[in-house]
Design a protein around this ligand. Structure first.
Ligand code: NAP
Length: 514
């Protein structure tokens, strides 16, 4: 049995304290454990700031981009081994594992390509300069410079590869060393990736450290140049945001939390159209991919009254066709949820929804004796406005049809009851409906994904997070923002306005001003 180790100050260190057992969620077999203690947090932070940071900043953006490219290639080379670990310790089918792993290597490769086109050196101009005095002699220019701190990345269990990969891509390209904390239930995959990164020798000493265990105490040692990027539930996010030291030192904190993502079917969409097909296919994928354990998965399915029966029937047919079982079996399309706790929470969540909605498929009853399996569960709201439907994230293969009148104002009102979301998806070929809907829901959602006849087959569905556009959302979604091309580097860079003699301003940073 493996007890996962942390990589701190150039050494693999065994954890201490009460072990948390890691399981194969399909068989409940014990695979290993994680022990929360054993790391001197202050030492890890000091090492990152004094060894890793300077080494990274001695490189240019372009050199750091080459480093990301090398890591992306390594992960791709080891894909089969990593898929196997993801299946065993995460309950992921081959397809689900690839979604996570290719998300990681793809995002690293994206930032490698983006970094290759950045200016030499370590300074990025932010916009063009501006005249500040009576003549252009006195000039102002915003610049972005790497912060001499450390990035503490706290990752959720559901994307052990992608979550870590996307965060480290941005921080390392910016020139900031990382300490990666894995979500415990699926930590074996993140741990293996950490081993691959360390063994590659591609990342300078101190620029990459890995924690299998707890980082709670670490937050008390962070300072003004450091950044915390957290992904997980809104409850843990609020705890982190409220950490006294982080508040006192104004440490940058980016929170990516949970979201009751809506999918809206427009009132114009009729039977047999490509737009309806796209809607049904995307909702069914979101409900079952990674057994519904995606922060971007659809949880509320807004359907005009007239189409409710047809949508429900079609979704039930699609969900029934999904083969459920051990994810390592090639024909299986949906595995178990990741842990026993997750199973308990999902079943309890389905029961809470069932108090205000009719269960049309699935439910909270155990599926089989062994393994943390949940049936795909489709509910239909009896009362579209019942708060629990808009407020409770059931992090599993579960969503609720919410009937609405077909009026855009009603759709906007229901969508925004989620209190701030990561992504809303809408399917319609009625431009006036779509324009009014986007205007009404955009402030409450980090991403609005629009499906129509013309987009059928053109792109991945709304559940996929792409590095070129931002990920994150307001309110309960955490209020954070990640990715979005160069924007993804901003949490790790300081924006400074440099004001003075135009020639001196330009020379200071090797920039062309104006
Ligand atoms: P979680 O329980 O909130 O844990 C998230 C991370 O925080 C884990 O690494 C966890 O470590 C750590 N943590 C827990 N308590 C902490 C504390 N007091 N101080 C510092 N770190 C602490 O969430 P989860 O169950 O792993 O993930 C599922 C949730 O994440 C869902 O709600 C999902 O919607 C959300 N999520 C959001 C996004 C997004 O991008 N917005 C992406 C993926 C998932 P341990 O595992 O060791 O407890």
């Amino acid at each position: 049995m493996t007890s996962l180790q942390s990589y701190v100050r150039g050494q693999w260190i065994a954890g201490s304290g009460d072990p948390v057992t890691l399981h194969d969620p399909a068989t409940e077999a014990v695979l290993g454990d994680v022990r929360p203690g054993g790391i001197d947090h202050a030492v890890a932070l000091h090492h990152a700031r004094t060894v890793g940071g300077p080494a990274l900043r001695a490189m240019t953006f372009v050199q750091r981009a080459e480093m990301l490219k090398a890591i992306a290639s390594l992960l791709h080379e080891r894909r089969d081994e990593l898929i196997e670990i993801s299946g065993r310790n995460g309950g992921n089918t081959r397809g689900d594992a690839k979604f996570d792993l290719d998300g990681a290597s793809g995002t690293l490769a994206f930032y490698a390509q983006l970094g290759a086109s950045l200016p030499a050196g370590n300074v990025l101009p932010d916009g063009s300069g501006t005249q500040l005095g009576r003549t252009p002699r006195f000039w102002g220019q915003h610049v972005l410079v790497p912060r001499p701190g450390v990035a503490v990345h706290i990752n959720a269990f559901n994307f052990p590869a992608w979550g870590m990969g996307e965060k480290m891509a941005c921080a390392l390209l910016a020139g900031v060393p990382v300490i990666e904390k894995a979500g415990t239930p699926s930590a074996m995959l993140a741990h293996r990736i950490a081993q691959i990164v360390v063994e590659s020798g591609k990342v300078p000493e101190g620029a990459f450290q890995f924690v299998a265990g707890s980082v709670s105490g670490m937050l008390d040692h962070l300072g003004p140049m450091d950044t915390v990027a957290f992904t997980g539930s809104s409850v843990t996010g609020a705890l982190i945001r409220g950490n006294k030291n982080l508040v006192a030192k104004n440490v940058r904190v980016n929170i990516e939390a949970d979201s009751i993502n809506p999918a809206i079917l427009g009132p114009d969409v009729e039977s047999g159209t490509d737009t309806l097909e796209q809607f049904l296919a995307n909702v069914a994928v979101d409900m079952t991919q990674k057994a519904g354990q995606k922060c971007t998965a659809v949880r509320r399915i807004l359907v005009p009254q007239a189409m409710v029966a047809e949508v429900e029937e079609s979704l039930i047919e699609r969900l029934r066709a999904v083969r459920i079982g051990n994810p390592l079996d090639g024909d299986v399309r949906m595995g178990p949820v990741a842990s026993k706790d997750q199973l308990r929470d999902v079943r309890a969540g389905i029961d809470r929804l069932a108090a205000v909605a009719d269960v049309r498929l699935g439910g909270s009853a155990p599926m089989q004796d062994k393994g943390y399996f949940v049936s795909p569960t489709l509910l239909r709201a009896r009362d579209a406005g019942a708060p629990v439907i808009h407020e409770l994230e059931v992090f599993g293969p579960c969503a609720t049809i919410v009937p609405y009148s077909g009026e855009v104002a009603a759709a906007i009102d229901l969508c925004n009851r989620g209190g701030g979301g990561l992504v809303a998806s809408a399917y319609s070929d009625d431009r006036s409906f779509v324009e009014a809907l986007v205007a009404g829901i955009a402030p409450w959602h980090g991403r609005v994904w629009l499906g129509s006849e013309k987009t059928q087959g053109q792109a991945l569905g709304p559940g996929a997070v792409l590095p070129a556009t931002i990920h994150g959302g307001p309110g309960r979604a955490g209020g954070g923002e990640e990715l979005g091309g160069l924007r993804g580097l901003h949490p790790y860079l300081q924006r400074t306005a440099v004001q003075g003699d135009r020639a001196v301003v330009a020379r200071s940073f090797g920039l062309e001003t104006g």
